[in-house]
Design a protein around this ligand. Structure first.
Ligand code: IPM
Ligand code: MN
Length: 359
């Protein structure tokens, strides 16, 4: 039997991106060796340096080239010399939209030994997933400005959703909830939660709410449904995170609540995410940025990047390897002094070694 081989595009990116990505690759390769498949990483240099050198962010031909791969693995993008927005729009958002990565899957899980700012909460309380819609809403860029620079300046940025876009996101969330319920009775005891702002956003909120209720009742009747306004959800994330299991929401709300989620799970050093096209090419990344001030110092935390590599294997169908990586992370975090850069008690590479050998 020939060994199953996965072709992965590797975008290390800027700042500490390549350092954390290297540790993710190391751990993924350890899992591949153990579980009998092959990973081939092909590096690409998209990011600030290439942009500053050539003026190019992510050319259309590169998007086409990405389609040859089974997945994309990204370190981080961003540089103090590049105006905010250029790389974010030109690389990250372009990739999400061009490859229709319509789900942003962001686990909020407090690993053992990791400190949360929430008093009295532990790993059994903070263990949920935010399913953020990743293709629509305000991020579509619809809108405009006029009379710019005058006292009558007007600007609009429109929240755009259609039933298909809403439904495909909800379906992903319900399917995830079904899998989690089957895996763990603690998850099964909780509802799936829709987060929106339907008391004010009466059009988009109503579209999401009806789609949620109708799809849930018709196809996932065994799953209990709950709804929170986004402002209230923020409050409950802090006060009662144990209420949540799968949280599904639109794009901008998801962006905002997942930064809060990252903090309650111990910070950006541990928060991983996947930009997922369930039938296409997905892209996995740590949620943190490129942290230029730590570049080259071997002090940045690679746990988030390693977690993202695990999510990638899970999405590729290598469930056992992904589970082994998560277990290995959970064996490693208790040995670390802190999840903050420079205070881990280990270097970046040592943390990668610890997780790899635990796999
Ligand atoms: C994120 C980031 C991006 C977003 C930015 C960098 C475009 O904040 O991945 O959450 O808003 O989606
Ligand atoms: Mn964000």
């Amino acid at each position: 039997m020939s060994t199953k081989t996965y072709q992965i595009a590797l975008i290390g990116g800027d700042g500490t991106g390549p350092e954390v990505a290297a540790e993710g690759v190391k751990v993924a390769q350890a899992a591949a060796a153990k579980f009998g498949f092959k990973l081939v990483f092909t590096p690409y240099d998209f990011g600030a340096e290439r942009y500053l050198r050539t003026g190019e962010t992510l050319p259309d031909s590169a998007v086409e080239e990405m389609k040859k791969y089974q997945s994309i693995y990204l370190g981080a993008i961003g540089h103090p010399d590049v105006k905010p927005g250029i790389l974010e729009l030109g690389i990250l958002l372009k990739m999400r939209f061009a490859l229709d990565q319509y789900i942003n899957h962001r686990p909020v899980k407090l690993f053992p030994g990791v400190e949360t700012p929430l008093k009295g909460k532990g790993p059994e309380d903070i263990d949920f997933v935010v399913v953020r819609e990743n293709s629509g809403g305000i991020y579509t860029g619809l809108g405009g400005a006029t009379r710019v620079g005058t006292s009558e300046e007007i600007a609009t940025q429109v929240m755009v959703y259609d039933r298909r876009t809403v439904e495909r996101c909800l379906r992903y969330a319900f399917e995830l909830k079904r899998r989690r319920n089957a895996a763990n009775p603690r998850y099964a005891a909780k509802p799936i939660t829709l987060v929106h702002k339907r008391n004010v956003l009466t059009h988009c909120g109503d579209l999401w709410f009806r789609a949620f209720e109708e799809l849930g009742a018709a196809e996932y009747p065994e799953i209990a449904r709950d709804y929170n306004h986004v402002d209230a959800a923020n409050m409950w994330f802090v006060k009662n995170p144990e209420w949540f299991d799968v949280v599904v929401t639109e794009n901008l709300f998801g962006d905002i609540i997942t930064d809060l989620g990252a903090m309650i799970q111990g910070g950006l050093g541990v928060a991983a995410g996947g930009n997922i096209n369930p039938t296409g090419i997905s892209m996995f990344e740590p949620m943190g940025g490129s942290a230029p001030k730590y570049q080259g110092k071997d002090v940045i935390n690679p746990i988030a990047a390693i977690g993202a590599a695990g999510m990638m294997l899970d999405t590729l169908g290598e469930r056992a390897a992904a589970a082994a990586i998560e277990r290995a992370i959970m064996e490693t975090t208790p040995k670390m002094k802190s999840q903050a850069a420079g205070r881990m008690g280990f270097g970046t590479r040592e943390v990668g070694d610890l997780v790899a050998s635990a796999v």
